[in-house]
Ligand binder design. Structure first.
Ligand SMILES: Nc1nc2c(c(=O)[nH]1)N[C@H]1C(S)=C(S)[C@@H](COP(=O)(O)O)O[C@H]1N2
Ligand SMILES: [Mo]
Length: 563
């Protein structure tokens, strides 16, 4: 019974040689923009799997991360990528096993062509998935040639290493032909050599790849800032009288002052920042990597049931429509109570009502159907737009054009809805009379996705206990968010006692979270703090835990603290 052992060796070698394969794929993706297949495969699998399976997978992942006490928004992306790579290692091992099993009784020549064939089939399949997912900037023919060739080499390498590893040392003398040059190497030497080559190739390719990635990132960052449409290019256009005569200059993006800078209620130290730095803003995407859109060729296409179909560049949008800005808290429907998938920044764009005026929808038009660069899609009801001028198409956050991660060049803001209803990386809008379920609606989430009022304790600040008239107080602080319904009241209770009113800091806007504080009369011992809120019209938040799916998490957040 030699074969089971051989297959085991095949599996091990398959896995081992997949490491440098990953490295080379990564290097090529950073060097010349060829697809990085593991992410594409992962994204493809999450797209084709039935919705409930995907949502279940995400739930399991988020629970696992929470179990280890890891912050979700950053780590979820890292975990996704780790799973993507791991899954390719597993497939690579399996292919190694298959190769060793199929070639167990073959001649050398047969074995080599079979393994090359298997590599080619795997490579071609992978390239088709990559092209489908990425719509890569590199030509599809090149992608197929590259991946097919690379995987062929990989298949042959697996077979070769297996053969060299498992042949009997005595048999070498009789088989001397194609590999006679390496006859003298013993098995141990060979293992060391293969191991060293694999390690060097993997580390070198991954290392160079990540250096390139860092450099590219820096370039992209500066690229976005000098993209057409920024104030610098505005200055350029005014020097050309022919252009400036017809075209209005592109207005600079305004930056709102914080309206509550002098608010009397000061956040308790340990409360999250009231305004989120863009780099800290949570991120949730259907794809492993951000979708890169070329701002210089991009144009928003609006067509369908309209009198005036348009195709407008970013400059056009900024010039033609009156800019407006608002402080906005965005949150993800998949977050559990006290989730980190919520952030606040300044959004700038223009009212969708202004766009409607320009395109003139027909009488029977009912929805705006958004298509995005990453395959995400959502519909927005025209009546909703007509009733809420705040709904805007946004090109800037925090006074600068959107970053690639957060949806450059265009995303929508719909007050009072969770993020899942708000497309980023918008490419086109079809005005239609047909309803189409959005990407996450198709996957079991709420069709309306109105924000559930929730409140969170960020800190029970035992380090800042202070005394007034002989009574000690412990500052307790956090946030409450009710979408666009405003927060009128936050209450805290300790150890199940009576609910006590917290103080509310005036918010950045009616559509951001509210920072609250409660100064608790100190008692030593261990205590449970709980918080709840009510909306502007006095509707209390739901206190029962309904879970996050399908309509967003509800329930009372609590925190233990001992003194
Ligand atoms: N094109 C596109 N738009 C999208 C998504 C996406 O994956 N693709 N995710 C949605 C979800 S679920 C959320 S919570 C927000 C997150 O936006 P952010 O990552 O910029 O915070 O974007 C929404 N818009
Ligand atoms: Mo989300």
């Amino acid at each position: 019974m030699k074969n089971p052992g051989k297959i085991g060796i095949g599996i091990a070698i398959g896995g081992l040689l997949t490491a440098p394969l990953l490295g080379v794929l990564y290097l090529a993706s950073e060097l010349v923009g060829l697809p990085f297949a593991p992410y594409d495969l992962f994204d493809w699998i999450t797209r084709v799997l039935p919705g409930p399976v995907v949502t279940f997978g995400i739930d399991v992942m988020i629970d696992a991360l929470r179990l280890f006490g890891l912050g979700i928004s950053e780590t979820a992306k890292i975990a996704e990528r780790a799973i993507a790579v791991l899954q390719v290692l597993i497939v690579g091992s399996a292919v190694g096993g298959v190769i060793s099993w199929i070639t167990r009784n073959s001649s050398r020549r047969q074995a080599l062509s079979v393994s090359a064939g298997i590599g080619a089939v795997v490579g071609t399949t992978v390239s088709i998935v990559s092209i489908y997912i990425e719509g890569s900037s590199v030509s599809p023919v090149l992608v197929i040639l590259w991946l097919t060739g690379l995987f062929m080499v990989w298949g042959v390498a697996i077979e070769f290493v297996q053969f060299r590893f498992s042949r009997d040392v005595e048999a070498i003398a009789h088989e001397a032909d194609t590999t006679s040059h390496s006859m003298g190497i013993g098995r141990r030497d060979f293992v060391v050599k293969v191991g060293a080559s694999v390690a060097v190739l993997t580390v070198a390719s991954t290392g160079i790849g990540s250096l390139l990635a860092q450099a590219a990132r820096r370039e992209l960052d500066t690229g976005v800032k000098t993209a057409p449409g920024t104030p610098s290019s505005t200055a350029g256009s005014t020097t050309d009288p022919a252009v400036s005569a017809v075209e209005k200059p592109v207005p600079a993006i305004e930056r709102l002052a914080f309206p509550n800078a002098n608010a009397p209620v000061i956040p308790v130290s340990g409360t999250r920042p009231e305004y989120t730095a863009v780099k800290d803003h949570y991120q949730v995407s259907i794809r492993t990597r951000p979708t890169v859109i070329d701002g210089s060729t991009w144009a928003l296409a609006v067509s369908g049931l309209v009198a005036n179909p348009v195709s407008l560049s970013l400059d056009d949008l900024r010039r033609d429509f009156e800019p407006r800005s608002e402080f906005v808290t965005l949150s993800c429907i998949s977050g559990r109570i006290a989730s980190s998938l919520i952030s606040t920044t300044q959004w700038t764009g223009f009212s969708v009502q202004d766009l409607l005026e320009r395109i003139q929808p027909n009488e029977n038009a009912r929805y705006l159907d958004f298509t995005c660069g990453d395959g995400f899609h959502e519909v927005v009801d025209l009546n909703l737009v007509r009733n809420d001028e705040r709904i805007m198409l946004c090109y800037a956050w925090n006074g600068e054009l959107l970053t690639i991660e957060h949806g450059f060049p265009l995303r929508i803001w719909i007050p009072d809805r969770y993020g899942m209803k708000q497309p980023r990386w918008i490419e086109s809008i079809e005005v239609t009379d047909k309803y189409r379920e959005g990407y996450w609606v198709q996957r079991g989430w709420d069709e309306v996705a109105r924000v559930e009022p929730t409140s969170v304790i960020d800190t029970v600040d035992g380090d800042s206990i202070y005394e007034v008239d002989g009574q000690s107080f412990v500052p307790v602080g956090g946030i409450a968010f009710a979408g666009a319904k405003e927060v009128s009241k936050v209450e805290v209770r300790v150890d199940g006692g009576p609910w006590q009113a917290a103080e509310l800091r005036s918010p950045l806007s009616e559509t951001t979270w509210v920072v609250w504080r409660y100064d608790w009369p100190f008692e030593s011992g261990n205590h449970i703090f709980e918080v709840r809120c009510a909306t502007g019209s006095g509707v209390p938040q739901a206190e029962d835990d309904r879970g996050n799916r399908p309509s967003g998490a509800t329930g009372i957040h609590s925190k233990r603290a001992g003194f």
